[in-house]
Design a protein around this ligand. Sequence first.
Ligand SMILES: Cc1ncc(COP(=O)(O)O)c(C=O)c1O
Ligand SMILES: [Zn+2]
Length: 415
Amino acid sequence: MGKVQALVCVRCGRSYADGEVLYTCPSCGPTGILDVAYDYEAIAAAGFGPKSLAADPDRSHWRYRDLLPIGDGAELPPVPVGDTPVFQIPGLARALEVEEVWIKDEGRNPTGSFKDRASSVAAVKARELGFRTVCCASTGNAASSLAGFAVQLGLETYIFVPEFAPEPKVAQLLIYGATVFVVEGSYRHAYQLCMEAADAFGWYNRSAAINPVPVEGKKTAGLEIAEQMTEQLPDWVSVSVGDGCTIAGIWKGLKEMHRFGVIDGLPRLLGTQAEGAAPLARAFRDGTEDWEPVEAKTLADSIAVGSPGNGLKALRAVRESGGAFIAVSDREILDAERELGSFGVFGEPAGAAGVAGIKRARREGLIAADQRLLHVLTGTGLKDVKAAVRAAQQQAIHVSPSLDSVKAVLKDVPR
Ligand SMILES: Cc1ncc(COP(=O)(O)O)c(C=O)c1O
Ligand SMILES: [Zn+2]
């Protein structure tokens, strides 16, 4: 038996052998998300653990390949993923009135978002399974990163994006050579069409809402946080939430590092949703595992998900951690983007949303003043320049090429 022990349905608990099922539980249908279960004893017996990690010179996220559902001989894409920095911002901690705030800047990944962790693993898996074509429905980041990694492995990529996908994300898709379908409608329509096309044409569907592999890639952020913060593990890890795979993946990674003895405790999770797309925040508040899908409405396109595919995993992760979900308005998200900018950090609205979440959680007394937090900034601000310009609340000033023109402007500016 390999390192993957089984694929386990999060709804009914049925187990499937590795390779027996590609996407969701045949018995539960699309809501029966599978979770990859590993034989941790075998992985430890084969030498993986704190010692092997310390000795491994590879700083990219492939250093965790023993904990990923890919074969030892799998071809890896050459552009490195992960190893993103964590750094403290004392000014932000003061502004948020907490003890410490750390940022893990996932915008430093090759295509500018956290999604590279998931897409790189999914592309490797597609190649390993013998697929020649991959596809994905996405509001942007998952798609652009899939295109960026599939192209490195010689795979063809078909992408379905909703109409509101920001232009820079679509530009990335085109530059990586993907075929892009802009679907007239919402993310839900794009998602459904992608499912049908994958089925009809035999493409590998990377959509994390049904495919258990991408979440495993997302897990590497949790593994990395544990290694980077071993001696100073934060009390809270904050993540913005759309489909729920990111927060669930990070939690799984943290737990694995706990299991392997890299960290001796676990942080709480704070999941932030946009008010216009907050079914999980509502389910959390109501103490249920069920939610009504909503028509998502938020400018934070990456978390504009009304029917979260991995919601169950996300809710369980947050509850198991003793953490919380919170919802914030678009205004709060833009303010948070500007505030991050004032500390030299540029995140896209979905990335900044979590900072707004921390602020709100403080106000509501969910997080105490003596707490230390790490926020996972999931995407660079260059992913959505229109939102950034709105957030900035100031315009560029047009002048003629003369010093007088500059002086005329400056005389009105208080200095
Ligand atoms: C920048 C950014 N932040 C947060 C998320 C939320 O991740 P998830 O949908 O896995 O909850 C996404 C997902 O697209 C994203 O692109
Ligand atoms: Zn099931």
